[in-house]
Design a protein around this ligand. Structure first.
Ligand code: PEP
Ligand code: MG
Length: 362
């Protein structure tokens, strides 16, 4: 029994675990969140959002340097500075999650979130790059996007700047080798590519990850088993899941973006009209909390079927917020997902909901 789940509650959780079919993972990117989730019974990481690591005060200037660099050489110089920190992020996570699968998602920020705004911030980037502030401001203005959530994010970043994903993959595999060496137990990385819409995007990004893995394994004289897979968070990806499955070993349903793009409703602005939509029965519930099973869910079901038709052993999970919502978890059971992933404090609820869903399906 986990320390926080003692007494009757712990017993209830044990019963639930004896009944449920789906695994329960967690969405976490700090060692502390990973520890909390493990105490609550998480069986792996379903989503480690690496962009959160890049907001760290000690790193943001290098991140800005990378984004505002004029060319690949400039980006690589900034990435070299970020590599050791990124490697130690993964070392800490692998140490906490040793032996359990860890889905690490490569960078997926709306780029504008990283841009400097204040003069002092531009000044720091100028010092780091040797470029003058006016040049940096012009470059930042060029990077402005009218609709960043549909813009240069997800694997589009990796396609245009493959060196970013190359650095992250190197950090993942170097960390995995280091932890395997120290602990004797090999980490289980599952590298996830965000915002994929076409098979070719996944193929290109998988090639970057595989090349980085081979380079690290040759250097360290040790191999680590890993998977490369994708988020399914765009309607096109769900519809073309049959061919996308040819390129990836797992799908994780990103139902936050999939809800946004399927309903055409901004996940950041929905609150303005949501209450009246629910009051008037247009939406049964907030679709960003509870899966819209007739709409978004239909795409999840179809993608699961098409993915499995191509690759019967494909691993299927969900990492959108819905992975911690009991009604949505019941839906995930009905379409046969292998796991749900929820924020650390929702892991016990997810364990219970997965058990109830399995009982209902009997
Ligand atoms: C999603 O889109 O459902 C997802 C998990 O990714 P993010 O919320 O980081 O966009
Ligand atoms: Mg997303």
């Amino acid at each position: 029994i986990q320390p926080e789940l003692v007494g009757d509650f712990g017993t209830l959780m044990e019963w639930a675990d004896g009944i449920r079919r789906m695994k329960v993972r967690t969405n976490a990117e700090t060692p502390q969140d990973c520890r909390t989730a493990r105490e609550f019974g998480a069986e792996g990481i379903g989503l480690c959002r690496t962009e959160h690591m890049f907001f760290d005060a000690a790193r943001i200037t290098s991140v800005r340097q990378m984004i505002l660099a004029n060319d690949e050489t400039g980006r690589r110089a900034a990435l070299e500075k970020l590599l050791p920190e990124q490697r130690s992020d993964f070392v800490e996570i692998f140490e906490v999650m040793v032996g359990l699968p860890c889905t690490i998602r490569l960078l997926d920020p709306p780029l504008h979130e990283f841009l400097p705004h204040e003069d002092a911030e531009f000044g720091e980037v100028a010092k780091a790059t040797g470029l003058d502030v006016d040049t940096l401001k012009r470059r930042a203005a060029e990077l402005h996007e009218f609709n960043p959530m549909l813009g240069h994010r997800g694997c589009r970043l990796g396609v245009t700047y493959p060196e970013i994903y190359e650095m992250q993959a190197r950090a993942i595999f170097e960390a995995a080798c280091e932890v395997a060496e120290k602990s004797g137990a090999a980490p289980v990385p599952e590298v996830m590519i965000p915002l994929v819409g076409t098979k070719r995007e996944l193929e290109l990004m998988k090639a970057v990850v595989d090349a980085a893995a081979e380079a690290v394994f040759a250097d360290k004289g040790r191999r680590i088993e890993y998977l490369v897979g994708t988020m399914i968070e765009l309607p096109r990806a769900a519809l073309r899941a049959g061919e996308i499955a040819e390129a990836g070993a797992f799908f994780s349903f990103g139902t936050n973006d999939l809800t946004q793009t399927t309903l055409g409703v901004s996940r950041d602005d929905a609150a303005r009209f949501l209450t009246s939509y629910v009051e008037q029965g247009i939406y049964a519930k907030d679709p960003f909390v509870s899966l819209d099973v007739d709409g978004v869910g239909e795409l999840v079901k179809l993608a699961a079927e098409r993915g499995r038709a191509t690759r019967p052993e494909i691993k299927l999970g969900i990492c959108g917020e819905h992975g911690g919502d009991p009604a949505s978890i019941a839906f995930c059971e009905s379409v046969g997902l292998d796991y749900v992933s929820a924020s650390p404090y929702r892991v016990p609820i997810a364990r219970l909901a997965a058990a109830q869903a399995a009982l209902a399906a009997k």
